[in-house]
Design a protein around this ligand. Structure first.
Ligand code: AMP
Length: 469
């Protein structure tokens, strides 16, 4: 998972807006970040391993100004956390940088495209899918003389998977999405300048008004002539029922900020509706509703409002610990849970608690939390989960572990309940989740129901199996 941003102005330097936007999207990727800018004549790049404030605490150099550019925060799904896998990826020729690209998603025929390019003499520095996107477009543009819009269209036909991408040249900015629109990408303006971003808080911080989402399969360009929208011809046909979208429902469950609008919904609203659904279909007797902060706050609030039970903040989160999931080893993840949450004994003492979390992936967090909450005096723990059982891996950009590591693919509901030591356990059903969004047929639920909307090439499956992911 990652976050991308693009900026275009006819005159104003956008470096600060790009960096502030990346900072608003830090939760989408904490491992590395980068920015590419152009002043209209020269394309420059600065990127590094670390948080936005570490890599961009200072402007890279005085001449790092640009009236157009793109930026990225990285959370690796394809390729390890090495400098050569950081984004944006810049392609240079003898006369300097010709384009820089950053993308959010994961492509499923990575090896097929990479080998095709290697057979034509293209070298690869790392193993990140963004590099394949950048080099495929550059190859079609430089070696085949294709205009960039045609090269991107060709990419959309040949490369399968999820990509919400921003591309910058010395004079133009491009934003485009895969035809299924798996990952979010929105754009806004203050009437003069433009920002394109994975999440809308990156527009808010720059005081840009939301205009629209980049459509599935759409290409949008910005240059001195203004903005041009080029919808995908197949998507136009889709309105007649041929191709559909596959928006990632997990963006609304966990990944996006609650103040993000994506796929036509505010994540906060979807989460509250999930909480209300859980409450309306529940008959448990309890005293208090407590969220596992922060991602399940709105779900727990929705539950409390619909059930009439009091909402309490019983777990205090230390905001200086990264997401526990990110720690690669189990032992460090265990420790991470205790570093991250501390219980408020006065909230739990003698209470029957509805403990709400957004998802159970490996089961580590819930088990540790249940022990902690019981240790703080709770008499009963009723675990409620704001998503269905996570039983399948994601091939489109969410870093879900291998199926063997998913507790939901190995155990029955009652075994999971026993493992996490809850008195009762209930998940949201797929049907229940569907009732929380408009037009559910336009969403991807593959991590819950195993129905993959984009065929996953065999080579990708093998690669993931070998890597144990
Ligand atoms: P666990 O069950 O211990 O593997 O972790 C579940 C917790 O991790 C949930 O409470 C979520 O808040 C969080 N989580 C779920 N999916 C992801 C993901 N793809 N990346 C990072 N954290 C996640």
């Amino acid at each position: 998972m990652c976050g991308v941003i693009g900026y275009y102005s006819d005159e104003r330097d956008g470096f600060a807006d790009i960096v502030n936007g990346l900072f608003q999207m830090q939760h989408r990727g904490q491992d590395a970040c980068g920015v590419a800018v152009s002043d209209g004549r020269r394309l420059r790049l600065h990127k590094g391993i670390g948080y936005v404030r570490e890599v961009f605490g200072h402007r890279p150099s005085d001449d790092f100004a640009g009236r157009l550019g793109c930026g990225h925060v990285r959370y690796p799904t394809q390729g390890g956390n090495r400098p050569e896998n950081t984004q944006p990826h810049m392609v240079t020729t003898l006369d300097g940088g010709i384009l820089a690209l950053c993308s959010n998603g994961d492509i499923v025929n990575y090896w097929g495209i990479r080998e095709w390019l290697e057979a034509r003499g293209v070298d690869f520095e790392g193993s990140n899918d963004g590099e394949v996107l950048a080099k495929y477009i550059a190859w079609l543009h430089v070696s085949e003389g294709m205009p960039l819009v045609r090269a991107i269209r060709r990419l959309q036909d040949d490369i399968r998977g999820a990509y919400s991408a921003v591309l910058v040249t010395r004079e133009r900015l491009f934003a485009f999405r895969d035809p299924y629109g798996v990952r979010p990408l929105s754009f806004g303006t203050d009437g003069k300048d433009w920002i394109i971003a994975s999440e809308t808080p990156a527009l808010d911080i720059a005081r840009m008004d939301f205009v629209d989402e980049v459509g599935p399969g759409e290409i949008i360009t910005w240059d001195e002539e203004g903005m041009h929208r080029l919808p995908h011809p197949d998507i136009i046909a889709a309105r007649r029922g041929r191709v559909d979208t596959a928006h990632c429902i997990f963006e609304h469950i966990y990944f996006s900020r609650p103040d993000s609008k994506a796929f036509g919904h505010l994540a906060y609203d979807v989460r509250k509706r999930i909480g209300a659904w859980l409450a309306e279909t529940d008959d448990v007797e309890a005293d208090v509703v407590v969220p596992v902060p922060d991602s399940s706050n709105a779900v727990a609030l929705g539950y409390a409002q619909a059930s009439g039970l009091p909402f309490e903040i019983g777990l205090i989160r230390n905001h200086y610990v990264g997401r526990t999931f990110i720690s690669p080893e189990q032992s460090r993840r265990d420790e991470g849970v205790r570093l991250k949450f501390n219980p408020v004994r006065e909230v739990f003492e003698g209470k029957r608690v509805v403990l709400v979390d957004d998802s159970i992936v490996r089961g580590t967090t819930s088990r540790k939390l249940a022990r902690m909450v019981r240790g703080a005096g709770a008499s009963e723990i009723h675990m409620r989960v704001g998503s269905p059982i996570t039983a399948h891996s994601c091939f489109y950009g969410i870093d879900t572990p291998s199926r063997q590591e998913l507790i939901g693919s190995r155990m029955t509901l009652d075994e999971i309940r026993e493992h996490i030591t809850a008195d009762t356990l209930r998940y949201t059903t797929v049907e229940g989740l569907k009732s929380c969004v408009d037009r559910p047929e336009g969403f991807c639920f593959a991590c819950f129901d195993g129905k993959y909307p984009i065929a996953v090439a065999e080579e990708k499956r093998m690669e993931l199996v070998e890597a144990g992911t």
